[in-house]
Design a protein around this ligand. Structure first.
Ligand SMILES: *[C@@H]1O[C@H](CO)[C@@H](O)[C@H](O)[C@H]1NC(C)=O
Ligand SMILES: *[C@@H]1O[C@H](CO)[C@@H](O)[C@H](O)[C@H]1NC(C)=O
Ligand SMILES: *[C@@H]1O[C@H](CO)[C@@H](O)[C@H](O)[C@H]1NC(C)=O
Ligand SMILES: *[C@@H]1O[C@H](CO)[C@@H](O)[C@H](O)[C@H]1NC(C)=O
Ligand SMILES: *[C@@H]1O[C@H](CO)[C@@H](O)[C@H](O)[C@H]1NC(C)=O
Ligand SMILES: *[C@@H]1O[C@H](CO)[C@@H](O)[C@H](O)[C@H]1NC(C)=O
Ligand SMILES: *[C@@H]1O[C@H](CO)[C@@H](O)[C@H](O)[C@H]1NC(C)=O
Ligand SMILES: *[C@@H]1O[C@H](CO)[C@@H](O)[C@H](O)[C@H]1NC(C)=O
Ligand SMILES: *[C@@H]1O[C@H](CO)[C@@H](O)[C@H](O)[C@H]1NC(C)=O
Ligand SMILES: *[C@@H]1O[C@H](CO)[C@@H](O)[C@H](O)[C@H]1NC(C)=O
Ligand SMILES: *[C@@H]1O[C@H](CO)[C@@H](O)[C@H](O)[C@H]1NC(C)=O
Ligand SMILES: *[C@@H]1O[C@H](CO)[C@@H](O)[C@H](O)[C@H]1NC(C)=O
Length: 535
């Protein structure tokens, strides 16, 4: 089995989740490394000497194995078991030569496992964990030295067994699991083990595939990474029943529980989670230009740190899955801000905004609605102006060969939404502006939202303004402040800190064209002046 042929196999299996494929390939490379290393040494050759010539032999081998108390494993059907200290448990798997990955004479078997739970005192040492042995020689159950040994690490183990060429039609893979010796005589581990001729039953990724969009004092909005392989994907293009992401929220104190189990899908799924997917409202979004699944997590406590894990189930909760690296977040300290998302007009808005002390705006959806309507009404004038510009004519007549009226309208909308719907925080961070309830950004917020208490405003990022200059016809005369002192009055920069130092709306993209055009525009024309009181 060459690397290239494995690569082809993985390409054929590419699904909606590019990242999953990438890490499958990565794990595969790791496994191949292990596999090649093993065959370079001793065990591989010894196993190849084992041969089963006819069916009766195989039956007797199975019987032998069963006599020894081994449990039969089925393709991609993991089993769960508990094991006490120093105990040994035995499994066997019959290779199916009419299916699977590999050429007719050389089959590959993926063996993976997760520790679901382990004794608390074992947390002190990651090395004192379960060990797995495997071999195609049933004598391994008498003498474990014959098998290949693999350690569980961070609650995970994987191995790639190469079915010996000489074993003919029928081979059986024997697997043993051994628990270490412990001073706690009742120490018990719980684990799952899965064998497949096609894929890894358990996987992990040390990257975080989830992102915390924003929080307020009692909720958080969390999104997955890009789920689509198409550049301009719509939610309707995506078969949402294919997504099997689950989100688990743990108390920060439980982070220790996962110190040595962070690569175990099973541990995350079966741990003492505060909240899990069923407690959230989940939907899909194309905010930011990528298709993502979003989870709205409610019922959190203020000023509290949480740990989140995103996992992907391969087929329901019983058939294995992948775990991504954990992420942490902290809720805001007061109810000064309220998290809104999925606005109809300002569709790129998903962040905390100043809350309202008015009863009819107590619901998130009402608060979102009043901000959204406000932005939509202000947009109407601009929309009329844009209609006067030739957009749908031939290429020469379009104001820029690269930018279209659609780009201009989108950039303008994002800018308008970011200045109409200020982002709110209870944190005092460089660049944030403290606001009193009676001194908000504009009279609309002061009079119609009526914030209940002081808050910090996260100013729009200056590149939200620069995007309009870049994307819109120069005869609109859009202009952004250019000196740092004047930028600071109404915008800020993303300085790459833990919390966003400015509020960005829209799809991030680096386009150099338009930069020169921007520098030639020195004066603002009425459209922008009309909105200047906002900023
Ligand atoms: C299994 O291993 C034992 C001990 O090394 C060896 O004697 C025996 O021949 C092996 N069986 C097969 C079928 O290879
Ligand atoms: C082997 O795999 C083929 C194809 O998936 C399947 O039809 C057959 O039932 C399998 N045989 C056994 C013994 O599981
Ligand atoms: C466990 O400890 C042994 C030596 O005591 C070492 O060889 C091995 O690499 C360790 N394994 C892990 C997973 O740390
Ligand atoms: C021993 O292990 C058991 C089961 O894992 C656990 O409930 C118990 O608390 C442990 N005892 C000590 C002293 O750690
Ligand atoms: C993930 O693991 C790989 C290989 O061990 C390493 O190169 C990479 O830096 C790790 N990534 C993260 C985010 O830890
Ligand atoms: C999402 O992934 C697709 C395919 O890899 C890519 O074309 C698209 O640009 C990505 N979107 C974002 C916002 O990264
Ligand atoms: C979506 O995927 C499910 C499960 O694979 C399938 O049954 C369904 O037909 C698919 N729907 C569409 C619209 O492709
Ligand atoms: C989910 O949405 C429903 C209806 O919009 C709402 O009643 C419920 O409170 C929401 N749940 C959470 C956790 O926000
Ligand atoms: C919030 O705090 C209360 C009291 O301390 C606690 O019982 C509850 O589990 C916490 N809930 C969350 C989601 O953190
Ligand atoms: C688990 O933690 C170890 C280091 O403690 C790290 O190397 C590994 O990548 C982590 N695994 C995941 C899935 O985050
Ligand atoms: C261009 O014309 C098409 C067809 O008349 C119309 O659907 C589209 O909205 C127009 N585009 C713009 C930016 O006006
Ligand atoms: C916010 O931080 C700045 C700089 O550290 C400080 O001058 C200001 O008083 C703080 N404001 C509040 C309300 O804590």
């Amino acid at each position: 089995m060459t690397l290239a042929s494995l690569g082809t196999f993985y390409k054929q299996r590419i699904d909606y989740n590019e990242m999953k494929v990438a890490f499958k390939a990565w794990i595969l490379l790791q496994l191949l490394g292990v596999c090649l290393a093993i065959s370079d040494f001793h065990v591989g050759r010894e196993i190849a000497a084992y041969s089963l010539d006819d069916h009766s032999d195989q039956l007797s081998e199975v019987e032998k194995a069963l006599d020894r108390g081994s449990e039969g494993l089925q393709e991609f059907t993991p089993i769960r078991n508990t094991i006490k200290q120093t105990e040994l448990q035995q499994y066997s798997f019959s290779v199916n030569t009419s299916t699977g990955l590999g050429a007719y004479y050389e089959f590959l078997i993926f063996i993976t496992g997760n520790i679901c739970d382990q004794p608390d005192d074992m947390l002190a040492s990651g090395n004192q964990s379960l060990v797995v042995y495997y071999s195609f020689n049933a004598s391994m159950f008498d003498n474990y030295e014959l098998g290949t040994m693999v350690h569980f690490e961070n609650g995970y183990f994987s191995a790639l067994a190469d079915v010996p060429i000489s074993s003919g039609e029928d081979s059986i893979l024997y697997i043993g699991v051994r628990a270490p010796e412990s001073t706690n005589l009742t120490a018990t581990w719980s684990y799952e083990i899965g064998v497949s001729q096609n894929d890894l039953v358990y996987q992990w990724d040390n990257r975080s595939f989830a992102q915390v969009v924003d929080t307020d004092d009692n909720s958080a909005l969390i999104v997955t990474g890009n789920l689509s392989s198409k550049a301009d994907s719509k939610i309707s293009d995506f078969n949402t029943s294919l997504s099997n992401f689950q989100l688990f929220i743990y108390s920060y104190e439980d982070a220790d529980h996962f110190k040595y189990l962070n690569s175990s899908w099973c541990a995350v799924r079966n741990g003492p989670a505060l909240l899990s997917t069923n407690n959230f409202n989940t939907s899909y979004t194309t905010r930011g230009g990528a298709l993502r699944q979003q989870f709205f997590v409610g019922g959190l406590n203020a000023s509290t740190k949480y740990v989140g894990f995103l996992v992907s189930d391969f087929s329901g909760s019983k058939l294995g899955g992948a775990v991504y690296s954990k992420f942490e977040f902290e809720t805001m300290s007061s109810s000064a801000c309220s998290l809104i998302y999925d606005l109809e007009f300002c569709d790129e808005v998903a962040y905390s905004v100043p809350a309202s002390s008015l009863d009819h705006l107590a619901e998130r959806s009402s608060l979102a609605g009043i901000f959204d309507d406000r932005a939509k009404n202000l947009y109407a004038n601009f929309s009329k102006a844009l209609q006067q510009i030739a957009c749908n004519t031939t290429m020469d007549a379009i104001y820029s060969p690269i930018r279209t009226c659609t780009d201009c309208a989108r950039s303008y909308k994002n800018w308008l939404c970011s200045v109409t719907i200020p982002r709110c925080s209870t944190r005092n961070i460089t660049g944030y502006v403290e606001r009193q309830p009676n001194e908000s950004r504009n009279t609309f917020i002061t009079d119609e939202i009526v914030p209940p208490q002081n808050y910090f405003e996260v100013l729009p990022c200056v590149n939200v303004c620069q995007a309009i200059v870049r994307d819109c016809p120069s005869n609109f005369g859009f202009h952004c402040p250019r000196k740092n002192e004047s930028i600071r009055l109404s915008y800020f920069w993303d300085i790459g800190a833990e919390y966003a130092t400015c509020n960005f709306l829209g799809v991030p993209h680096a386009v150099k064209s338009g930069a020169s055009r921007a520098s030639t525009i020195l004066w603002m024309v009425p459209i922008i002046i009309h909105f200047l009181w906002f900023i």
